[in-house]
Ligand binder design. Structure first.
Ligand SMILES: *Cc1c(COP(=O)(O)O)cnc(C)c1O
Length: 400
């Protein structure tokens, strides 16, 4: 028998605010009713603000982030198209595997898990692609497996520098809604996210930003798709409706989640994530442990991967946290299994929750055999969180 709160500090699904949970508990309604379209229209409008796109459209598919990955590919590319992708973590790996299954000719740049998108290597490859054989460049904005955020603007610049007109696909599943994302400014053609991360909802929605260029590509491409067809979706979305029964409860939850984020202010949401992440990183530093990200410029504001010392199985840390302290920490994925555990710090989160995660991590690490001084990480985070919020936000804005 477990008592108290079951703590959830994984990078998705994230904690759903009580108000959002309640907003989803609606009596079922007619999704063809004359006034139902108002809900959809409002969601599309506010998602566009979040994605920072005026020129593009944002579509909501039933499914998860993986469904939106697939929709992005099948609507805009052709079988056999050459695409450029980097593998530096489990999510970039899975997107590569999907692209291969869908019949794309994937040029993979393999990197250490912990690296960011290889801007220079991409620039070199694109520069040498004189005949424009590469039809799309894929970027994992935030590699959730390693806690690495890459610079999408630099990828866009590399493409522009050699006048390359490939489509730019970006996986923003664990960034959009938590880390600043600028679809139009960065020239992103397909921007993928899901409901269960920064948007603080249960899983069930795959959300996709599409540029006018991506929509144009979808008119002439030849990859089969039916359920995720852009044309059907866009036609119905025009008036706020969907081509099939949408997940009505989740749409109401999304409405409430966006309202909460807009009350806080999207920029303040991003600043809060940065501040909370800084506290977690200060703790890891105080523990003397290495992070998954191989350079500080790559540190993610939504998830931190922590490498356990030689001889300590990270799975043991996770198991102890779960069994003894009712706390879910993220596991090491793929080749990182047993080598890292992860703290997800995104969504509906505050300082107290981060300190809870850190103090439980200290207990679990100590029990698993890590030399850790109790309170050292928590104290380091407290030092960060003691700084008044207003000043931290001001400093963040000044730094931009
Ligand atoms: C969670 C996640 C996904 C997709 O996952 P689903 O389980 O299909 O929602 C894709 N990419 C990244 C970076 C993620 O963090």
């Amino acid at each position: 028998m477990k008592t108290g709160i079951q703590h959830l500090y994984i990078p998705g699904p994230t904690n759903v605010p009580e108000a959002v949970r309640q907003a989803m508990m609606v009596p079922m309604q007619d999704h063809r009713a004359p006034d139902f379209g108002d809900l959809g229209l409002g969601l599309f409008r506010d998602l566009k603000t979040l994605f920072k796109t005026e020129a593009g459209k944002v579509m909501i598919f039933p499914g998860s982030g993986t469904a939106a990955w697939e929709a992005a590919i099948t609507n805009t590319l052709n079988p056999g198209d050459r695409v450029l992708m980097a593998r530096h973590g489990q999510f970039s790996h899975l997107w590569i595997e999907m692209a291969k299954r869908l019949g794309l000719d994937v040029q993979v740049v393999d990197l250490a898990w912990g690296a960011g998108t290889p801007i220079n290597e991409f620039a070199r490859i694109l520069g040498n692609d004189r005949h424009g054989e590469i039809k799309a460049v894929f970027v994992t904005h935030n590699e959730t497996a390693t806690g690495v955020t890459s610079d999408v603007a630099l990828v866009r610049r590399a493409m522009d520098d050699c006048f390359h007109d490939a489509l730019l696909f970006v996986d923003g599943v664990s960034s959009i809604g938590s880390i600043d994302f600028r679809m139009d400014e960065w020239g992103v053609d397909l921007a993928v996210t899901g409901s269960q991360k920064g948007l603080m909802l249960p899983p069930g929605l795959g959300i996709l930003g599409v540029s006018p260029k991506a929509i144009a590509a979808s008119v002439s491409n030849r990859m089969p798709r039916a359920y995720h067809d852009f044309a059907d979706m866009l036609r119905m979305n025009e008036t706020g409706y969907f081509p099939y029964t949408p997940p009505i409860g989740l749409l109401h939850g999304l409405r409430r989640a966006l309202d909460r984020m807009m009350d806080e202010g999207f920029e303040n949401v991003f600043a809060r994530h940065h501040r909370l992440a800084k506290g977690v990183r200060a703790a890891v530093q105080a523990w003397g442990l290495d992070m998954g990200a191989e350079h500080p410029s790559l540190y993610s504001d939504t998830v931190t991967a922590i490498r356990t010392p030689q001889g300590v199985d990270a799975r043991e840390v996770i198991k102890i946290a779960y069994d003894r302290y009712s706390c879910s920490l993220g596991s090491g994925l793929g080749p990182l299994a047993g080598k890292v555990f992860r703290i997800g710090h995104l969504g509906d989160l505050n300082e107290g929750m981060c300190m809870t995660a850190l103090s439980i991590a200290e207990l679990a690490m100590a029990a698993a055999g890590v030399q850790v001084r109790f309170g050292s990480g928590v104290a380091a985070a407290q030092t960060v969180y003691a700084e008044p919020v207003a000043r931290a936000v001001q400093r963040l804005h000044a730094a931009e």
